[in-house]
Design a binder for this molecule. Structure first.
Ligand code: TYD
Ligand code: MG
Length: 455
């Protein structure tokens, strides 16, 4: 006999409780608990199954080499950790309309061209809609199966039928399992479906890619509640009104999470941007504006040049505003404190806005010196030499600290035609020959005098 059980589930974080409460005690959001009905099969007492897998010594365990294959996109491969791992479960999350289906359909085309069989479950679109998109993207293969279905059990039946090597679910919010009665998109449904898909990935050795929409209003459960269940989580981000898209991995059981991938959304789908620094530099409108500085940041295995802009002006608020876009807020407060104390800038009556162009998020301290120079030059209305790249971390005492992968950052600047690099003196001797002038600085004041000139 099936027994109905009611529970209240927070659609934001997945917290469960037996009775309704207005505010989720776990994540603190209001009005996000919805009632979900669970059907439990209670005819038999569950039998206790004892697994006889032996316990081994760590030295006796044999490492099974995980088989990786390319997605046909270098940018995506790098973010995944040199390709997709066979039998893994990948979650691709992003805002609706950002290009997730486009990316996966193009990837599906690339993979199928290499002879692998792929089943694309389009739970949001009809087969003909997918076909139209595939034509536009020039995706065509005899190995690509499209199935417009929202029921997970029907999908599982087709997996046994078609025996694909890769399964794509577009999207997890539109699919449902008949095992539980809550509506598709609820926390219980997406958890249950993801659990079944994990079983498929591990037991049938099928690579499963799940697409998930990120929602801010909390009405539909977002990928956040799935992150701990899957092997890899990648986010597809970007401004919907601009063509540039960034892929970022935030969890990866098979590789690093520092990598980013850059794409450009064009007429016929997504194009890889293999040299993103060049793209970011193209966005630079005025070469010599006060408050504009080029920094070299390190993203995973490669260096990226990006522009940091600052705007400093007299405040008309009771307490001055500090706004950071693309950099860590507390880091900005710390840099402002160092500028006030160590070089005597009086910013207590000034608003400070800092912006990193290109939609990049910088969380490494090597950007400190660039941010400090952007603020200082805007305040004093002077300019940083536009041919100069700024690299260095700032300590609270105003010293310039060493950074990792300095050579890689300098090479990137040299490649893009910069003439000068301001680097920390603390770094050990540089390896390699550079055609670019390298100025080593030990303190903040030295850095300012090395690259700043009057407008
Ligand atoms: P889509 O992949 O449907 O987004 P998601 O699956 O994340 O919801 O992409 C939708 C947007 O991408 C749509 O606004 C149009 C744009 N687009 C292009 O600019 N060029 C293209 O070739 C395609 C297929 C889409
Ligand atoms: Mg889509």
């Amino acid at each position: 006999m099936a027994k109905l059980k009611t529970k209240w589930v927070c659609q934001n974080c997945g917290y469960e409780t037996a009775k309704y409460i207005g505010r989720c005690p776990d994540c603190g959001s209001w009005g996000t608990l919805t009632e979900e009905i669970e059907v439990k099969q209670t005819t038999q007492k569950p039998t206790v199954v004892i697994d006889d897998t032996p316990v081994c010594l760590i030295n006796e365990i044999e490492i099974k080499e995980s088989i990786k294959f390319s997605t046909g996109f270098e940018e995506l491969d790098r973010v995944l950790g040199s390709g997709l791992v066979q039998g893994s479960l990948v979650l691709l999350a992003g805002d609706p309309g950002i290009g997730k289906s486009t990316l996966i359909l193009q990837t599906a085309g690339n993979i199928c061209k290499k002879g692998k069989k792929l089943l694309y479950v389009c739970a949001e679109e009809s087969g003909s809609q997918v076909k139209l998109r595939a034509q536009r993207l020039n995706v065509n293969s005899d190995n690509l199966y499209v199935y417009s279905q929202t029921n997970l059990e029907s999908v599982i039946a087709q997996i046994d039928n078609i025996k694909p090597e890769i399964l794509v679910i577009d999207s997890i919010q539109s699919i449902y399992t008949s095992n539980i009665t809550s509506s598709s998109g609820s926390v219980s449904q997406i958890r249950e479906c993801t659990n079944s898909l994990m079983d498929i990935a591990k037991n049938k050795n099928i690579t499963v890619i799940i697409i998930g929409h990120v929602t801010k209003d909390g009405n539909i459960a977002g990928p956040k509640v799935l992150e701990h269940m899957v092997d890899t989580v990648i986010y597809f981000e970007g401004d919907k009104y601009k063509s540039q898209r960034l892929l970022r991995s935030i969890k990866n059981r098979f590789g690093s999470t520092n990598e980013i991938g850059v794409f450009n959304m064009a007429e016929n789908g997504l194009e890889e941007v293999t040299n993103p620094s060049e793209l970011f530099m193209k966005e630079r409108t005025d070469n010599a504006a006060p408050g504009s500085v080029i920094i070299a940041t390190n993203e995973g295995t490669r260096a990226l040049l990006v522009e940091v802009q600052a705007l400093v002006g007299a405040t008309s608020y009771p307490s001055p505003r500090r706004v950071s876009t693309g950099t860590e807020f507390n880091r900005l407060l710390q840099i402002i404190a160092v500028l006030e104390k160590r070089i005597g800038l009086n910013l207590s009556k000034h608003d400070v806005y800092v912006n990193v162009t290109g939609g990049i998020e910088i969380d490494e301290p090597a950007a400190d010196l660039g941010i400090a120079l952007a603020i200082a030059t805007c305040y004093r209305d002077v300019i940083v030499d536009p041919n100069c790249v700024i690299i260095g971390e700032i300590s609270l005492s105003g010293e310039i600290r060493n950074v990792s992968n300095l050579e890689k950052r300098i090479y990137e600047a040299q490649k893009l035609g910069f003439k000068k690099a301001i680097v920390p003196k603390q770094n050990k001797k540089l390896q390699g020959n550079f055609d670019i002038q390298i100025i080593e600085v030990a303190r903040l004041m030295e850095a300012i005098s090395a690259c700043v000139s009057k407008k």
